[in-house]
Write a protein that binds this ligand. Sequence first.
Ligand SMILES: [Fe+2]
Ligand SMILES: [Fe+2]
Length: 405
Amino acid sequence: MKKVLFVDDDQGIINGLKRIMRSLRNEWDMHFVLDGQSALALLEKDRFDVIVSDMRMPGINGAELLSRVREKYPHMVRIILSGYSDQDLLLKAVRPAHQFLSKPCDAETLKKTVLRITEIQNILNSTELKEIVSNIDSLPSLPSLYQEITQALQKEDVAVKEIGEIIQKDIGMSAQILKLVNSSFFGFFKNISNPVQATSLLGIDTVKTLVLSIGIFSSLKYDQELLLSYDTLWNHSTLTATFAKHIAGLISKDQLFIEDAFIAGFLHDIGILILASKLPDRYEKILNKVSEDKRNIWEVEKELLGTNHAEIGAYLLGLWRFSNQVVEAVIRHHNPEIFGDEPNSLVTVLHLADSFAHHLDPAVQNLSISKLDAQYLKNINIYEEAQGWFSECKRLIEKAPPGNM
Ligand SMILES: [Fe+2]
Ligand SMILES: [Fe+2]
């Protein structure tokens, strides 16, 4: 049974939460406390899975509480439940919190959020990797892009579009900006997959505070040169995003689907970024084994880590409230057949785009030996069509090779 801890200094709100969550009392073990100190005391006694905390509380506030929880209990999922009037204070919780819920929060949203979190936790069964991923409060960016954005933000009259376009070129920055926009924290309730649009919704002042004072972005440290360079990973992500957007545009006119395809393509290997930056020594061994044994990277990861980069990436995107479609496409990008699928779905588009990108870019060919799942494509009747899409993607790459896209 999952254990969930609710913290709020207002007894009326605690009573409301107890009422709302009553119907789930047989599924979750829920505890309610009135301040941060009591929350920490309880956490010392027992292992909890999720914490939902108010922001403004006497003594330890929500941001501080979640920071301490992150440090001491990194496996836990951390949610802030707060009013919009607390915006200035709330910016401090942007790093330690995985998600935000706004007060007053209706019963359905609260239940759905905690329920989805507990489902997402089942993606990873390795406690060690759960801790590593839940502990992430900032994903590293390419140093050149990190420098570009901090310099641009220091200019007096920088346009928000210019900032959005830099963010869109970086895997870590894009994921973080979308995490913020898609939480209900800033009051946008629709699903947004476009980093440029997300940046303009947040506005230049908020982005400046988040980047320059709160430090939501950080630069990659090249302590160790891995067999797979970060530039190669960025090029592969950009290429996959370009292909995914192109294929999605051929099969659908739905703008949201096309934008989801782009972002799923851009972030599909975010698990590699996490592993390479958090466990460089172990990842180096994995990369060596992949090249010596000529095997698929995700199979060697599974053998040596008990999980693979697709599951790790999907877990982080799930914690950060990316849509179910994007999370599912990322989990299944190497093995789309597992659950069977509709031909037009994001899973198929991402599998095709990633396979084409591995096939057409010599820099990443050795990571993926098995490439396209032909049987899956035949089963969903798009095998012939996919050949045509491959030729189109090949033409795209001839026009602009990776690194120049
Ligand atoms: Fe992958
Ligand atoms: Fe890939």
